[in-house]
Design a protein around this ligand. Structure first.
Ligand code: GDP
Length: 196
């Protein structure tokens, strides 16, 4: 798959207003500031595809990008921002759960987590939902350049062990948008999911 060809299709205010549920899509999710926009830009080699460092917690949209006919990348809104009202959080979580369960074209979930703070509660909830729905999950431990090589490697090994607790197809890779770590692994995993 040529990820450089990604282009913006639409922003949906909620999951009901997403494009028709046909073809193959892969969703990207993570806490606000985890480095999701930077990862999407690195993957597609486009500096402005996803907007980085936006004010966290503002009403965010689901951004839909197309790679090829009926092959989409879904950029889900960042979660975990403390100032979002509780009832909005609940509504979003319910909608997200429904999306993971019911969306037929969804073939995989990429969860981005800062390598220094992996597997927070909301990340774990999301991964459990995905596994429950039979979806494979790729966990990217972002900003891996912030750790020295030894600690980076030991953290990845530790998190791979932890990922076994989900009892599903959950893989873990170190990732850095700035240094390019993990990009080949991300592309290989996505390629396997986008196979017809
Ligand atoms: P998002 O909210 O998940 O979309 O996160 P962003 O992509 O906007 O990144 C949040 C912050 O982390 C920004 O200041 C980025 O410059 C920084 N950042 C993102 N990826 C990396 C990375 O790989 N390495 C480092 N050192 N910083 C990063």
């Amino acid at each position: 798959m040529n990820y450089n060809l990604a282009h913006f299709i639409t922003s949906a205010p909620d999951i009901r207003q997403m494009p028709e549920d046909i073809g193959i899509e892969v969703a990207f999710a993570g806490r606000s500031n985890a480095g999701k926009s930077s990862a999407l830009n690195a993957l597609t080699r486009q500096n402005h595809l996803a907007r980085t460092s936006k004010t966290p917690g503002r009403t965010q949209l689901i951004n839909v990008f197309e790679l090829a006919e009926q092959k989409r990348i879904i950029d889900l809104p960042g979660y975990g921002y403390a100032k979002v009202p509780e009832d909005m959080k609940k509504k979003w979580q319910a909608a997200l759960g429904e999306y993971l369960q019911k969306r037929k074209s969804l073939k995989g979930l990429v969860v981005l987590m800062d390598i220094r703070h992996p597997f927070k509660e909301l990340d774990q909830d999301l991964i459990f939902w995905a596994v429950d729905s039979g979806l494979p999950v790729l966990c990217l431990l972002t900003k891996a350049d912030k750790l020295k090589q030894g600690l980076r490697k030991s953290t990845v090994l530790k998190m791979r062990k932890e990922a076994k607790n989900f009892e599903g197809d959950v893989t873990v890779e170190a990732f850095s948008s700035t240094k390019g770590f993990g990009l080949d692994q991300l592309r290989a995993k996505l390629d396997s999911w986008y196979l017809p």
